[in-house]
Design a protein around this ligand. Structure first.
Ligand SMILES: Cc1cc2nc3c(=O)[nH]c(=O)nc-3n(C[C@H](O)[C@H](O)[C@H](O)COP(=O)(O)OP(=O)(O)OC[C@H]3O[C@@H](n4cnc5c(N)ncnc54)[C@H](O)[C@@H]3O)c2cc1C
Length: 323
C-alpha cells in the first residue's frame, strides 16, 4: 500500500507495478499530485531529470500516465489513520471511513503530512464564494480584480501569474519585506501588481460573492478596494497527524529511515519529504530515487524469489499504459 499520492508516491506506484506488486494508493486529497497539484500546479519546475522545464500539472499527469501500468487501486479523499502490525501475517491499515486494508508492506509517501492552509479570520467564511487558498487555474481570474494576501513564494508567484489576465492585482502583506525568491520580487516590483506592505485584509464584503475588501494599514488608515477574487496565500500548517501514532521512530516531524528507506517497523518504508536520514535533501528528484530504493527492497521482502536489484527496464517489453 502507498500512503500519499504526491510525486514520490506516484513514482513508487509505477515502480511497484514494474516489480509485479499489487498496489493500493490512499490520499486524503481528492486529486493526485500532493503539494505539486495543490500548491503550484501552474509553476514551471526546472530540476526534474529529463525535463529542462515542466509545469507542475504536466509533471503529475506524466507520473499518472507512467503509473497506469501498475493497475493500482486509488482510494482518494481518504486518510490512513491506523496501523496494526501482525508480524509475518502483514499489516492492517485503517482508513478514516472505517475501511480496513491488508497489506504485506506499506510505503509512506505522506510529504508534510496532511496540510491545512493558514486561515485569515476575516476571509474564512468566504471560502468558495470568491475566496480560495490556492490558485489552481489562472483563467478563473480573467478580467477580475484580484486581491492576494501573503508574503512568501506562493503569494508572489501567483500575483505574477494572474497579473497578465486579471483586471487588477493587489498583493497585501502584513510585513514590510517579502520572503519570496529575489528574482520574483524584482519582477513583482516591475509589474503592474499593486503592492501594499504593512497592511492586511481586515474585512471582506459582498452578498453571495465577494465584491470588495477592506484593507487596514499598520499606520492606522484603511480603505476599501474592489475584489471579486481573494486568494489567501498565507502558507500551510503541516501535521503528520495519525501517522505519528503508528510506532515509527520520528524526529522533528519526519519519519526516520535506514539506507533502504525502511522505518523502525519491519514492513513500513518511508520516502519523499516525509522521510529523514543524515544528508537528506527534500526535492522531487530525490523522492523518485528513494521510491525506487524502497520498492525494490519491498519486492525482496514480500517475494522470496525476488532480488533487490530489478534489472534494467529497457530489457523488458513496453508496459501497457491506459489510453
Ligand atoms: C511552492 C513550492 C514550490 C516547489 N518547487 C519545487 C521545485 O521546483 N523542485 C522540487 O524538486 N521541489 C519543489 N518543491 C518541493 C516539492 O513539492 C516536494 O518536495 C514534493 O511535493 C514532495 O513530494 P512527496 O510525494 O514526498 O509529498 P507531497 O507532494 O507532500 O504529497 C504527499 C501526499 O500525502 C498525502 N497524505 C499525507 N498524510 C496522509 C494520510 N495519513 N493518509 C492519506 N494521505 C496522506 C497528502 O494529502 C499529499 O497528497 C516545491 C514546494 C512548494 C511548496
Amino acid at each position: 500500500m502507498v500512503v500519499g499520492a504526491g510525486p514520490a508516491g506516484l513514482y513508487a506506484t509505477f515502480y511497484a507495478g514494474f516489480r509485479g506488486l499489487r498496489v493500493v494508493v490512499i490520499d486524503s486529497l481528492t486529486e493526485l499530485g500532493g503539494q505539486v497539484s495543490t500548491l503550484f500546479p501552474e509553476k514551471a519546475i526546472f530540476d526534474v531529470a529529463g525535463f529542462p522545464a515542466i509545469v507542475g500539472r504536466d509533471l503529475i499527469s506524466r507520473l499518472q500516465e507512467q503509473a497506469a501500468s501498475a493497475g493500482a487501486v486509488y482510494l482518494l479523499g481518504r486518510t490512513a489513520i491506523g496501523l496494526t502490525d501482525r508480524g509475518e501475517r502483514g499489516l492492517l491499515i485503517t482508513l478514516d471511513d472505517g475501511a480496513v486494508i491488508a497489506a504485506g508492506a506499506v510505503l509512506v509517501s505522506a510529504g508534510v503530512g496532511g496540510f491545512q492552509p493558514r486561515q485569515l479570520p476575516a476571509a474564512a467564511p468566504w471560502l468558495g464564494r470568491g475566496m480560495e487558498y490556492f490558485v489552481q487555474d489562472a483563467e478563473v481570474y480573467r478580467d477580475l480584480d484580484v486581491v492576494i494576501t501573503g508574503g512568501g513564494d506562493s503569494a508572489v508567484d501567483w500575483a505574477l501569474h494572474v497579473e497578465p489576465i486579471a483586471r487588477s492585482v493587489t498583493l497585501v502583506h502584513r510585513r514590510s519585506r517579502f520572503r519570496a525568491h529575489e528574482s520574483s520580487i524584482d519582477r513583482l516590483l516591475r509589474s503592474s501588481v499593486q503592492v501594499l506592505t504593512n497592511a492586511q485584509v481586515s474585512q471582506v464584503l459582498g452578498v453571495e460573492w465577494i465584491d470588495s475588501v477592506e484593507i487596514s494599514e499598520a499606520s492606522g488608515g484603511s480603505h476599501r478596494r474592489p475584489a471579486q477574487a481573494l486568494v489567501c496565500a498565507l502558507g500551510f500548517v503541516a501535521d503528520l497527524g495519525p501517522l505519528a501514532g503508528w510506532g515509527m521512530e520520528i524526529a522533528n516531524r519526519r519519519i526516520l529511515v535506514d539506507s533502504t528507506m525502511r522505518t523502525s517497523l519491519e514492513r513500513v518504508f518511508a520516502v519523499g519529504d516525509v522521510s529523514d536520514y543524515r544528508g537528506k535533501v527534500r526535492l522531487i528528484s530525490v523522492g523518485f530515487g528513494e521510491a525506487a530504493i524502497a520498492v525494490n527492497h519491498i519486492a525482496a521482502l514480500l517475494r522470496a524469489d525476488a532480488e533487490v536489484s530489478p534489472g534494467h527496464s529497457s530489457d523488458r517489453p513496453a508496459p501497457v499504459t491506459a489510453g
